[in-house]
Design a protein around this ligand. Sequence first.
Ligand code: DAH
Length: 343
Amino acid sequence: MSEAGRLRDQALAAIARASTEPDLEAVEVEYLGRREGKISRQLLSGIAKLAPEQRAALGQEANEARRAVEAALEARRAEQKAAQLADIAQTEAIDVTFPAPPLPRGHIHVLSQVRHELEVIFARIGYTVEEGPEIETDWYNFEALNLPKGHASRDVQETFFLDEAEEVVLRTHTSPVQIRAMQRIGTPPIYIIAPGRVYRRDNLDATHLPYFMQLEGLAIDEGLTVGDLKGTLLYMTQSLFGQERQVRMRPHHFGYTEPSYEFDTMCGRCLGKGCRSCGGAGWLETGGCGMVHPQVLRNGGIDPDRYSGYAWGFGIERMALLKYDVEDLRLFYENDIRFNRQF
Ligand code: DAH
């Protein structure tokens, strides 16, 4: 056997004995090391002593020996790797039936909850949910609601205008959805609610927000009266707060209703007697309402001689506040999960 063949067999035997990666590395260095490796050195020193025509044969033998050792190293390493994995599978097997730790979860916001509760309450008596854009034209937000330009009740100060001509606004209330609903639905009966975001140029503090949520309601049918309006508000209040809670209506003025009222919810602490939480009044201001003005019906394309309607609007934050005794409106928008989780 050639010297190269003998070295190769030695190396293969050493590889077969090696049981760890360091053992294998030692064999690799011993035989294949670039300068000092036995096979490499045998090649270098051997070649120098040979006649030119014999050099090719020796080179080939040495190369074959090198390739055989390399292949054996690779095979042995693969074996070891497989053994290692089998070991891990044994000792670190995953129990797929083990219960996972709970994931941190969000929470439905209290305003979304109250809004949803109101939607369900009104769905039970046949109201559907209507939506309108938060960016409105002057006509829908004011003009069509009997609030002409220059009218005191427009309260220009509180409006966010989006253009120089002041024709495009962020809606200041959900009332423009009344007009859109009349136009979309056309012929009464119309029974809709329109919850949504509104905007006003108010500075943020405990009792003011530059944007908040309102819920508008509109009913148009033949022969509707103030009695129907009151019954609807009472139904809503008792559904939301309990049977003992009454509703009170006080005369007021809105351009789009005639007659107009503000409505109050009976204080839940004192049930109308007057206590500290209601400032002694026994009642808590809740929203506005009234019988839809004939001109507003006309603006929505509805014949006021045949149909009458009632409407109302209130702040959803205010409702949540009445329900949960929250002291500061800003808490609704800070999105502190510790606050949100309480509801
Ligand atoms: N739009 C009024 C507001 O923002 C609330 C309101 C009052 C809505 C009377 C109505 C209504 O539909 O009839 O304060």
